[in-house]
Ligand binder design. Structure first.
Ligand SMILES: Cc1ncc(COP(=O)(O)O)c(C=O)c1O
Ligand SMILES: N[C@@H](CCCC[NH3+])C(=O)O
Length: 434
């Protein structure tokens, strides 16, 4: 298999390039840490997901799970590409609307949607609320009653499928905090409430088994369970789902040994499973919805850092410090996530040393890459960490009062700043001086 570091773009100057733009030029122009997206890669992934449904000749909708990277520029890009998005908070909803996402293409998720968030969703006339629990049904009903209006909903089911992934990002199992459980009868009770509610138009069902999943087996199992459920609900309640939403969670490649199915292959197997199961159950064919987040943006970005201090403990380890860390990428600390590092100023130089790439935060766990094989590094080298497009910026913090990084979109050799670097003053903007 090709090494991930060998798939990066290298320009005539022998530097790493992103969307045709020299990484060193980007680092110089915008400073570091800098998250640089290759826009063509995002567009390509959108196409791969969509095309596989078109080839399967089935009705579908691809919705971008915007928690992976929520930015005005991203909502703009994704809506131009014809996708809707899902949001999981009032803040994401507000950003999606400001980013020009048509409200009817927005889906709202969450296990504890606040009344004011639901109200914003209703007022904005969004396309669909994915109803997650009984309290939400009651909150939403009160809002709809008061406003004398209606909304479309889907019902989120926890299908009892354990995804093979980190336990923090597994969501389909029975003891998940998300969705209505089937075995205990919760899901059926919720169905009855929604069917009886004249203000909620129940369009279908939803499930999501987890994130960073590499194989289709879990999705196929979930489809099987969901269709069994739909069959039972057809027989008992004459309910027909217009939408079967099987969530997101399609994995991406962070390190050489990662081998997730490509986007189109995931879709192919999903379409095949839905076709088979729906035919067996003799149900009306639903529109298949999926919600990829990471798989649309993860591999399209790199984070550029400037190498700073170094600590060599002979015979023990070598630390190479960069000017960012857990504040711009919490994933290694939170999920023990692994990444590949490349020296952007000499990506093809002989890799002769195993080092620990650490950040500048006051935590020993602030490790970005544990065993990075790199050429000997020097201060002011530009170090790139690959595949940082998902859950990097959106999970960023101001820990230790470090400003969040800038974000740039690169395409056809042109770069465009889409998120400015925070300043020290920005970090104090909500504070009151007493
Ligand atoms: C309901 C739902 N949909 C979609 C996603 C997107 O997941 P991913 O970024 O893994 O595709 C998530 C996050 O896991 C989710 O909770
Ligand atoms: N933030 C997680 C994924 C969470 C998925 C959202 N339900 C990650 O970085 O992998």
């Amino acid at each position: 298999m090709t090494k991930l570091s060998e798939t990066v773009e290298i320009n005539g100057a022998g530097h790493l390039a992103i969307g045709g733009v020299d990484a060193l030029k980007l680092a110089k122009k915008y400073g570091t840490p800098l998250i640089a997206y290759d826009v063509a890669k995002i567009k390509n992934q959108v196409k791969r997901f969509k095309q596989a449904f078109i080839d399967g000749n089935v009705p579908y909708r691809v919705t971008y799970a915007s928690k992976a990277f929520s930015a005005l520029a991203m909502y703009r890009l994704i809506s131009k590409e014809g996708l809707g998005c899902d949001v999981v908070s009032g803040g994401e909803l507000y950003a999606a609307l400001k980013g020009g996402m048509p409200p009817e293409k927005i889906e709202f998720h969450g296990n504890n949607k606040l009344p004011e968030e639901l109200e914003l969703a209703v007022d904005s006339k969004i396309g669909c609320i994915v109803v997650d629990n009984f309290q939400e049904i009651s909150f939403l009903d009160n809002i709809l009653k008061a406003k004398k209006t209606k909304i479309s909903v889907t019902l989120r089911v926890a299908p009892g499928v354990e995804a093979e992934t980190h336990k923090y990002i597994s969501t389909g199992q029975e003891n998940s905090k998300f969705g209505f459980d089937v075995r205990s009868g919760q899901a059926e009770k919720a169905l009855k409430l929604l069917l009886d509610n004249p203000r909620m138009n129940l369009k279908g069902v939803h499930c999501h088994i987890g994130s960073q999943i590499f194989a289709a087996a879990g999705f196929v199992m979930a489809i099987n369970k969901m269709v069994q459920l739909l069959k039972a609900w057809k027989e008992k309640y004459d309910f027909t789902a217009e939408i079967l939403n099987i969530g997101g969670g399609f994995g991406t490649r962070y390190i050489d040994s990662d081998e997730p199915l490509p986007a189109d292959e995931f879709v192919k197997q999903i379409v095949k499973a839905v076709k088979e199961k729906i035919a067996e159950a003799k149900l009306k064919f639903p529109e298949i919805w999926i919600e990829p987040g990471r798989a649309l943006v993860g591999e399209s970005a790199v984070t550029l850092y400037t190498v700073g201090s170094r600590k060599d403990v002979e015979g023990v380890c070598h630390f190479v410090s960069v000017d960012g860390g857990m504040g711009d990428n919490i994933r290694p600390a939170l999920y023990q996530a692994k990444y590949e590092a490349v020296l952007a100023n000499k990506p093809q130089a002989l890799k002769e040393q195993i080092v620990t790439v650490v950040g500048k935060y006051c935590e020993s766990g602030d490790i970005l890459v544990r065993d990075a094989l790199l050429p000997v590094t020097h201060p002011n080298d530009t170090l790139a960490i690959l595949s940082t497009g998902a859950y990097g910026y959106t999970m960023a913090s101001n820990y230790n009062r470090n400003p969040r990084p800038a974000v740039v979109f690169c395409e056809n050799g042109k770069d465009k700043l889409v998120i400015k670097r925070e300043t020290y003053a920005d970090m104090l903007r909500c504070e009151l001086s007493l």
